[in-house]
Design a protein around this ligand. Structure first.
Ligand code: PRP
Length: 180
């Protein structure tokens, strides 16, 4: 499973360094506060777990599980909430934590949704940004890596529910895509 194939790769070491750098930035920005990190399941669980352990400030955690909008509804961008937050975010400093922003439809929807719940502040932190794929604008405040439009897996990102456990990010080979 740890076998690395050719193609695009973000190593475990690069990921560790970048996650620490983002955590330092968040710790500085939220100094004296107690932000609530909202992880978007499933993909964000690994990034969130690493990020929170590098923070030097207190932070709380909650999760939202969403279903992808699928091809048919891609233009509406409506996201189905499978599991909502367990508590109110009224007056809280909320940071949405995502594994990847692609078209932006998922995060745009969630950002607008959480804004209506009266948080004190609301920011977005993504591990990967596929900027060239963006369809709607979404305010992304913290970014791990800007990546090209390739099929990437690992570090929480799956292909047909596989590969999430890889400690690095890599490109899927055409054979792997075929053999699902
Ligand atoms: C991925 C990712 C985002 C969304 C990003 O989720 O976690 O939620 O796609 O795409 P967008 O910017 O085009 O909206 P996915 O559907 O793969 O679900 P998962 O997190 O459960 O793997």
């Amino acid at each position: 499973m740890n076998q690395k194939k050719g193609g695009f790769l973000i190593s475990e070491k690069e990921i560790k360094e970048r996650v620490k750098a983002i955590a330092d930035e968040i710790s500085r920005d939220y100094n004296g506060k107690n932000p609530l990190l909202v992880g978007i399941l499933k993909g964000a669980f690994i990034f969130l777990a690493d990020l929170i352990r590098e923070l030097s400030i207190d932070a709380e955690v909650d999760f939202l599980a969403v279903s992808s909008y699928g091809k048919a509804t891609e233009t509406s961008g409506e996201v189905k909430i499978l599991k909502d937050l367990s508590e109110s975010i009224d007056g809280k400093d909320v940071i949405i934590v995502e594994d990847i922003v692609d078209t932006g439809l998922t995060l745009k929807y969630l950002y607008e949704l959480l804004k209506t719940r009266n948080p004190n502040s609301l920011k977005i932190c993504v591990f990967l940004d596929k900027k060239e794929r963006r369809v709607v604008e979404v305010p992304v405040h913290y970014v791990g890596f800007e990546v090209p439009d390739l099929f990437l897996v690992g570090y929480g990102l799956d292909f047909a529910e596989k590969y999430r456990q890889l400690k690095y990010i890599r490109e899927l080979t055409p054979e792997e895509v075929k053999n699902v």
